[in-house]
Design a protein around this ligand. Structure first.
Ligand SMILES: Cc1cc2nc3c(=O)[nH]c(=O)nc-3n(C[C@H](O)[C@H](O)[C@H](O)COP(=O)(O)OP(=O)(O)OC[C@H]3O[C@@H](n4cnc5c(N)ncnc54)[C@H](O)[C@@H]3O)c2cc1C
Length: 459
C-alpha cells in the first residue's frame, strides 16, 4: 500500500469536535500540515447534526442538572462558541439569539428555583425571575389550563440555539482560508491507527494510508474503540443511550423551556426547544433509552457494538446499580414505552404537559429521523456511569469521547488538545490571538500558563 506524506496532525472525525480542533490548529498555531478524515460525505452527519441534538448552547444558567462547579466550566466553554459566532459574523446563520427559561412547577420546585436563583446570581447576574402574570403574556401556553403554581428563571436575547453542523462548516471554511496545508478526506473511513517505531503514526483508511506526527480521534463512540484497539482505555466501556424527540403540530413557544431536574435521574429532564430545522416549531425531548447501536439511523456493526459495550462483571454491576433504584427503573421503563409506536405519545404527553398543560396526544408527532446516540462512558474501576466528556491522552495521541454538552464544549476541548499537540511537536500556540477572538477572558481563569508576549512556545 502506498503511504502518503507525513502530516503534523491527523484528526479522525468531522463532527463539531474534529472541525473545532482543525480550526484551532490552523488559526492559532504554527502547525502547517493537517489532515482530517470523515467517513461520510459531509461534516456533522451524526451527533453534531441539528436533527440529532437539541441545538442548545449550554451556558449552565437554565440547566438545573448542573452543579455550580459544572455550570462554571460550561459557562466558560460556551462563551468560546458564542464569541466565535459573534466575532466571525455567524449570528443568525450559525447561532441564534432567543429567550430561554428554567420552569419550576409546584411549591417544592419553586422553592428550589428561588434558592438556585440566589446561588447562581454571581455566575449569571442577568437572570430574571418571571411570575405567572408575566408568563401569561410572555409565553401564554405555559399558563393555559395550568392548575399548579409556576415560576420561571430566564434570560432574553442570548445566543440560545446553535446549528452545530453549520458551526462545523464554518470552522472548516475558516481553516481552509488560512495559508496552511489542510486536507479534508471525506468518504474515507479510518480503519486502523498504528504507532510507528519513530514515534509517528500510520493511519490506515479504507482507501489509502497516511502518516502523522500526532493524532486526535474525535469519532464519537468509536473513539474508545480506537483507543482500546491500541491498548488504551481498557478501564472504560460505553452505554449507548438513544435520545428521541416529539414535535408539536404547530409552533407553541418562542423560548427554550427547560424543566427542573429530578436529582435521582442520570439524564437531563426533557425540555421544549424551538427547532431551527422546522421553522422554529416546538420540539420536545430528548428521551433517554438504552439502544444497541452506535449510530442512530445508520447500519449496525455488531462487532463494534460488542467491543463498545465491553460487558464484564464491573459493567454488569453498573447496570445492576442503575436498575436497583426504583425511580431509575420507572424512568427506564417509561422511556422504553415512549419509543413504542402505539403508546409512545400517550406516555410522553404527561412529561410534556408539565411545560404545556393543555397539550393533547393529538398535538404531538414522533420526530421521525430526529435523535442521536449519547455514548455514555462507564468507568469500570469506579463501577460508575460517568456523565460528561472523557479524554485519553498518550504521547501525541488523543481520544475524545463527547456526550452532552460536548458540542457546547467543542472549542474548549480543542484549545486543550491544540496546546497538548503544540507541546508534543514543539510548536507555537498564538495565545493572545486566541484570547482576543475566542476567550476574551483572562487566561488565568482557564488554568493556562500566561503568555509573556504574543506567542507561547512549548518546549
Ligand atoms: C439527543 C441528544 C441531544 C443533545 N443535545 C445537545 C445540545 O443541545 N447541546 C450540546 O452542546 N450537546 C448536545 N448533545 C451532545 C452533542 O451532540 C455531542 O456532544 C457532539 O455532537 C459530539 O460531537 P463529536 O464531533 O464528538 O461527535 P459526532 O458529531 O458524532 O462526530 C463524530 C464524527 O466522526 C466520524 N467518524 C466516526 N468513525 C470514523 C472513522 N472510523 N473514520 C472517519 N470518520 C469517522 C463520524 O462520521 C462523525 O462525523 C446531544 C446529544 C444527543 C444524542
Amino acid at each position: 500500500m502506498l503511504i502518503n506524506k507525513l502530516f503534523d496532525t491527523a484528526i479522525v472525525g468531522g463532527g463539531v469536535a474534529g472541525t473545532s480542533l482543525l480550526f484551532t490548529l490552523a488559526r492559532y498555531t504554527d502547525i502547517k500540515n493537517i489532515i482530517l478524515f470523515e467517513k461520510y460525505d459531509e461534516v456533522s452527519q451524526l451527533n453534531s447534526n441539528p436533527k440529532a441534538n437539541s441545538q442548545t448552547l449550554h451556558v449552565g444558567d437554565i440547566e438545573s442538572n448542573y452543579t455550580y462547579e459544572k455550570a462554571q466550566t460550561v459557562k466558560r466553554s460556551s462563551s468560546m462558541v458564542s464569541n466565535y459566532i459573534q466575532n466571525f459574523n455567524e449570528v443568525d446563520k450559525v447561532g441564534f439569539k432567543r429567550d430561554k427559561m428554567l420552569l419550576a412547577v409546584g411549591e417544592e420546585e419553586i422553592a428550589k428555583l428561588k434558592e438556585r436563583y440566589v446561588e447562581f446570581q454571581t455566575l449569571y447576574p442577568y437572570l430574571e425571575l418571571w411570575d405567572e402574570e408575566f408568563l401569561a403574556t410572555f409565553e401564554p401556553k405555559l399558563m393555559e389550563d395550568r392548575k399548579e403554581p409556576i415560576l420561571a428563571m430566564g434570560a432574553r436575547g442570548q445566543i440560545t440555539t446553535v446549528d452545530y453542523k453549520k458551526l462545523s462548516e464554518s470552522f472548516v471554511q475558516q481553516a481552509l482560508d488560512t495559508d496552511k496545508n489542510i486536507q479534508m478526506r471525506y468518504n474515507e473511513e479510518v480503519l486502523e491507527i498504528k504507532r510507528d517505531e519513530d514515534g509517528c503514526f500510520t493511519i490506515i483508511s479504507d482507501t489509502t494510508s497516511f502518516r502523522a506526527k500526532s493524532v486526535v480521534v474525535n469519532a464519537g463512540a468509536y473513539s474508545l474503540l480506537f483507543a482500546q484497539s491500541m491498548g488504551y482505555g481498557k478501564e472504560y466501556a460505553i452505554l449507548p443511550i438513544g435520545g428521541s424527540f416529539f414535535f408539536t403540530k404547530e409552533k407553541l413557544l418562542n423560548s427554550k423551556v427547560y424543566t427542573m431536574q429530578n436529582p435521582k435521574l442520570p439524564f437531563a429532564a426533557i425540555h421544549a426547544d424551538p427547532d431551527i430545522t422546522q421553522g422554529w416549531n416546538t420540539r420536545f425531548g430528548p428521551t433517554a433509552f438504552a439502544l444497541p447501536k452506535l449510530e442512530r439511523y445508520h447500519e449496525l456493526h455488531l462487532k463494534d457494538l460488542v467491543s463498545a459495550l465491553n460487558i464484564d462483571k464491573d459493567v454488569t454491576k453498573v447496570y445492576m446499580n442503575l436498575f436497583k433504584d426504583k425511580t431509575i427503573r420507572r424512568y427506564i421503563l417509561k422511556n422504553v414505552l415512549e419509543e413504542m409506536p402505539l403508546v409512545g405519545k400517550e406516555v410522553f404527553v404527561h412529561d410534556a404537559q408539565k411545560v404545556i398543560p393543555s397539550l393533547k396526544v393529538k398535538d404531538l408527532k414522533f420526530a421521525e429521523g430526529y435523535g442521536g446516540m449519547r455514548p455514555q462512558i462507564i468507568d469500570k474501576k469506579k463501577q460508575e456511569l460517568m456523565l460528561g466528556e472523557a479524554k485519553i491522552e498518550e504521547d501525541g495521541l488523543t481520544f475524545n469521547m463527547t456526550p452532552s454538552p460536548g458540542a457546547t464544549s467543542s472549542l474548549a476541548i480543542a484549545l486543550k488538545d491544540a496546546q497538548s499537540i503544540c507541546e508534543h511537536l514543539n510548536k507555537l500556540f498564538y495565545m493572545e490571538k486566541h484570547e482576543s477572538e475566542i476567550q476574551r477572558i483572562k487566561s488565568s481563569l482557564l488554568n493556562i500558563s500566561e503568555s509573556k508576549s504574543t506567542q507561547i512556545a512549548f518546549a
